[in-house]
Design a protein around this ligand. Structure first.
Ligand SMILES: C[S@@+](CC[C@H](N)C(=O)[O-])C[C@H]1O[C@@H](n2cnc3c(N)ncnc32)[C@H](O)[C@@H]1O
Length: 208
């Protein structure tokens, strides 16, 4: 897909679906972050907002970024309705242009995929630089095609965690790859149907 207006593309996708009243957090976020002490987080491509809401409910202060104004408006409304308005700042923003500059303890990039070209490596690299020492970058990508995915191209290549982190060129004296693997899980659609899917999980810690 060439020359795509990213904001219009995602606004259309979100506007086609009714706003979720109770968006759920991603499984890997819950798995990886439940035991962490809350701090400041950046949710990159927050979408429906399940991750941002879950983090804020646990005491995190979340900047939730998405190119879709539909997504961020919905999240702002959900956060306000749950009394989390002071912990979630949902910003319509194109991460290709820039990122907000506050320092954070966690960057969450869950399924930050697009069907058009995007220099994701540069965005993830810039997001990693926002971390305070000890902070974590969690990148969770699809590793397989769910039967209900919008992308049913059998030739799709899902880069493994090692392929995601290598081009980021993170200096080993400043960064540690804490986890890079491809676990399986049973995913459930809202209609109740299930399928086994693969996630690519990358967790990087900023050491200095
Ligand atoms: C596949 S969705 C994942 C949403 C959410 N993180 C989740 O796990 O359900 C990808 C998200 O990235 C957002 N996105 C795509 N390109 C972006 C960009 N250039 N800047 C900011 N957000 C972007 C989309 O609007 C969409 O919400």
């Amino acid at each position: 897909m060439e020359h795509v207006d990213a904001a219009a593309f995602w606004d259309t996708r979100y506007a086609e679906q009714p706003a979720a009243s109770d968006p759920r957090p991603n499984v890997r976020l819950v798995e990886m972050v439940s035991e962490l002490s809350p701090g400041d987080a950046l949710d990159l491509g927050c979408g429906g907002g399940g991750d941002a809401l879950w983090l804020a409910e646990r005491g995190w202060r979340v900047t939730a970024l998405d190119v879709s104004a539909v997504a961020t408006a919905r999240l702002t409304e959900l956060a306000r309705a749950r009394g989390l308005g002071d912990r979630i700042t949902a910003e319509q923003h194109d991460a290709r242009a820039s990122l907000p500059d506050p320092r954070v303890d966690l960057v969450n990039a869950h399924y930050f995929h697009t069907p058009y070209a995007m220099d994701r490596t540069a965005i993830l690299r810039a997001a990693a630089e926002l971390l305070r020492p000890g902070g974590l970058l969690l990148v969770v990508d699809h590793g397989s095609t769910a039967p209900w995915s919008w992308n049913q191209d059998p030739d799709t290549h899902y880069p493994a965690p090692a392929e995601v982190v290598a081009p980021m060129r993170l200096a080993p004296e400043r960064w540690t790859v804490v986890r890079g693997d491809s676990p399986r899980r049973i995913a459930t659609r809202p209609d109740g149907s299930t399928a086994e899917v693969v996630d690519h999980v990358l967790l990087v810690r900023r050491d200095a």
